[in-house]
Design a protein around this ligand. Structure first.
Ligand SMILES: C[S@@+](CC[C@H](N)C(=O)[O-])C[C@H]1O[C@@H](n2cnc3c(N)ncnc32)[C@H](O)[C@@H]1O
Ligand code: SF4
Ligand code: SF4
Length: 348
């Protein structure tokens, strides 16, 4: 396994790829418009630029899945409800979606992830949602899926939708571990076959995009399969991703989920060694049903920037959004109680 590049933007997610990194791979296909957006994205990530509209819209518009992975909020209905202010949505309303995409398009927003705490392919015509964003000039459109519903037909629909990044979450290299960490799943060999069918269709059709990836949320239950996972996938997909486990809620004890050599940080703001500055309030909004929130943290409803009915522009330029950018710019994440909990309970 030579020539494997490893990179991260936040130390919580590590990507590995062969040859060019994934950004370069997409840039090779999309050219100038992509590089212009990435130039802004890099500045935003360094907290050097505040745009007048987010560069990234992350949509969490329904909370239903056919799996119940124990590390995911889906498997904890009470906390799930709490994180959505008691309002679980069971479908992705196309009119609501169009309104969001239309506002983004008006402000030339370049990137969107129309998937949240859910399984996107449970929406039968999901490719139409992707295509709608693509047709309104979104440049970078990405989703994660468990790939259980990825039939050949749906693979073809997705290949033709304009999607730029597609990541398959597996969390395991063996069927035995897969069953444990992906509760309620179909067997791993079937999922692998679905993914391989997608990859074959992509190759046969000479599609340059989407770039593909597989991911593992590293926990005690699967940590021993990291190497096997990487070895199996690194030549098949564009990137292999290892995510740090983050507790899905703050009302249960998830200590047993943390892999060895990693546990919830017990440091406080005085002895936190690395000054943490969160880029998310500079990058994105996360739309959770009717709530516009500041980040992808599971309890980000505590950081509500506004309501969808009042529009994204207003929320992005409102008091809390500006305050979050101010405290993170000066490394004082602990001035916001939600950020304090988030930073100090995440394993790095
Ligand atoms: C919530 S899932 C939604 C999309 C799809 N159902 C899937 O599994 O890919 C999105 C990603 O979040 C990851 N995830 C879920 N719970 C997590 C946790 N507690 N810590 C870190 N990542 C988590 C999943 O492994 C998956 O890669
Ligand atoms: S498949 Fe995805 S959304 Fe469903 S329970 Fe697992 S991590 Fe959560
Ligand atoms: S809670 Fe604060 S520190 Fe955590 S991801 Fe959200 S904005 Fe960033």
């Amino acid at each position: 396994m030579n020539n494997i590049k490893e990179y991260t933007t936040d130390n919580r997610v590590i990507h590995k790829s062969q040859g060019d990194d994934i950004v370069q791979k997409i840039g090779n296909v999309l050219g100038k418009k992509f590089w212009d957006y990435r130039e802004k994205w890099d500045k935003v990530n360094k907290l050097e630029l505040v745009t007048d509209f987010p560069l990234f819209l992350h949509l969490d518009l329904f909370q239903v899945c056919n799996y119940a992975c124990p590390h995911c909020n889906i498997a904890h209905p009470l906390s799930l409800k709490k994180h959505y202010d008691g309002e679980i949505s069971t479908n992705m309303d196309f009119d609501k979606y169009k309104k969001i995409v239309d506002e983004g398009s008006e402000y030339k927003c370049p990137s969107i992830e129309p998937q949240g705490v859910n399984e996107p392919l449970l929406i039968k015509d999901f490719h139409k949602y992707v295509k709608y964003a693509h047709d309104r000039n979104f440049i970078d459109i990405m989703i994660n899926t468990n790939a259980s519903a990825l039939t050949a037909k749906r693979s073809q629909q997705l290949l033709d939708s304009g999607i730029t990044r597609l990541r398959f979450s597996l969390d395991a290299a063996t069927a035995e571990t897969y069953k444990k960490v992906r509760v309620g799943s179909i067997p791993l060999p079937k999922v692998v076959k679905n993914i391989e069918t997608f990859l074959n269709l992509k190759e046969k059709g000479n599609y340059k995009l989407p770039i593909t990836g597989v991911s593992m949320c590293v926990m005690k239950a699967n940590q021993h399969e990291k190497e096997m996972f990487e070895k199996f996938w690194i030549n098949k997909v564009d990137m292999v991703t290892f995510q740090s486990f983050q507790p899905p809620n703050d009302s249960q004890d998830f200590t047993s989920f943390y892999p060895d050599n990693s546990k919830p940080q017990e440091k406080n703001s005085q002895n936190l060694k690395i000054e943490f500055k969160c880029p998310q309030p500079f990058q994105r909004v996360v739309i959770r049903n009717d709530n516009i929130t500041a980040c992808c943290n599971t309890f980000s409803n505590q950081l509500s920037l506004g309501k969808l009915k009042d529009g994204i522009y207003k929320a992005w330029n409102g008091a809390l959004a500006n305050e979050l950018r101010r405290i993170h710019r000066c490394g004082k994440y602990y001035e916001n109680p939600t950020c304090k909990v988030c930073v100090e309970t995440t394993s790095n």
